[in-house]
Design a protein around this ligand. Sequence first.
Ligand code: ATP
Ligand code: MG
Length: 278
Amino acid sequence: MAWTQTQARRLKELGLDPEAVECPASNPSEQNHLFQQIEKKQVKKTRAALTRFLSKDRLTRMERLSHDLSRTLIHHGFSRVTTPVIISKSALARMTITESHPLFNQVFWINDRQCLRPMLAPNLYSLMVDLGRLKTRPIRFFEIGSCFRKESDGARHNTEFTMLNLVEMGIEMDKRESRLQELAAIVAGSAGLENYEFQTESSEVYGTTLDLVAGPDRIEVASGAVGPHSLDSAWGVTDVWAGMGFGLERLLMAGLGERTIGKWGINLAYLNGNRLNV
Ligand code: ATP
Ligand code: MG
């Protein structure tokens, strides 16, 4: 027998793959009994994991990943910045995201001039201009922070997600692509991602991007671009640069070989990948 929809959903919530859990029952009542036994066992396991988080782990896997990536990038000469979550409509427009742009409808507006950032790039562009006035080169910095998009696909998308965006500016023109790959490999290595590959994709905002794909379904975990880029002139950026944006939840899910993102998202249903309503 196959699990009922409700049973399958609950098994999934509790971290089990319903298709991988056998259901050797011959009638609904037997099936129900079996389900309750499995659920009870899994609830116990989940409670133990939550208790361990409180008493031992203390940092979620997401926080640990964020710390590890931060340390690695600082070691490679990058400085960490924090910029505002609320950005202006005009900053989005400089990224070509205006009413006619597909991403425009995914933006959360808080009033007619401001929104929650759907990406870190506008703020990082602004920093590139200001820091670019300094004589020192290369200039390397990164941000790790929340971004917000209205999304329809729940398996790979969260409304709020954590982006790591790094920028290296003032590099050699003929080395920018190889440097981008090098930087992607540094981040992937630090995240414990071994099995990944690069793919060239076309993006609504960045034109052509170099994407990093990984995980059992080969999902995009990062998108990178190099400059001089068509967006640069709107900001007044003239340096040669390489930059890449990574989704931390996707890095985590791909690294763990998982197919859905939900339990790693920022929400009140899961804590450190463990279902809370147990
Ligand atoms: P996708 O095509 O998968 O929706 P994207 O190309 O729109 O992603 P980018 O704008 O390139 O995403 O953002 C950089 C990275 O941020 C992505 O590679 C992905 O890892 C992550 N990301 C983007 N949107 C989301 C989301 N809604 N939830 C979780 N991670 C996301
Ligand atoms: Mg992309």
